[in-house]
Design a protein around this ligand. Sequence first.
Ligand code: DC
Length: 222
Amino acid sequence: MIPVVTIDGPSGAGKGTIAQNVARELGWGLLDSGSLYRLTALACIQQTIDFEDLSAIELIARNLPVSFQSVPDGLKIFLNNEDVSDAIREETIGMAASKVAAMGGVRDALLERQRAFVSAPGLIADGRDMGTTVFPQAPLKIFMTASCEERAQRRYKQLKEKGISVSLAALVADLKARDEQDSNRPISPLRPADDAIMIDTSNMSIEQVTQKVLELVKQTFS
Ligand code: DC
């Protein structure tokens, strides 16, 4: 069986960076499942779809014209052949993604698309329900957390480096709202799988977390 490692956790816990590092280090594929919810949200906004129109949103999710392209420093994401790699990272799109992600029809529409990412030699899948719903049979499941303040600080630093100025208090409020929305929805809420290994990254460097996950991969698959 092709090995799958799931990494779930709240926004800003460092999942994306770690998943990317580990996938690169192992030469495995990467599924950034949040990007599919972000792309759905962006496509709805571009097509001025009403966020209450569940069937129209589900249709968008089912037919997303998306493609991914590996580049040396990560992944480029295209919607209708337009490079939206940066556009989908906006905070407003994150919030809208969290909203469409609460819709059962959207989650169903994206399920098989996510499972189709499994290919040799292995897959690192990053999201909220990778270990609980999408890949419940994965032999290694990680749940990554960090305090809300630490997550907001990291995001603040990232945005500042990009020349975007936001208030730290606004980021904390935004993260709390998104955690609340993702954890309390009835369908596939954010929660650790029963057999997940918890990693609190609050006081760990990116390098330390990457090494910790690589060790777990080695223990599990060799
Ligand atoms: O990981 P992210 O911030 O890119 O995800 C954006 C939103 O998508 C997040 O607030 C919740 C939703 N999401 C989800 O519900 N399930 C996933 N597997 C991944 C993301």
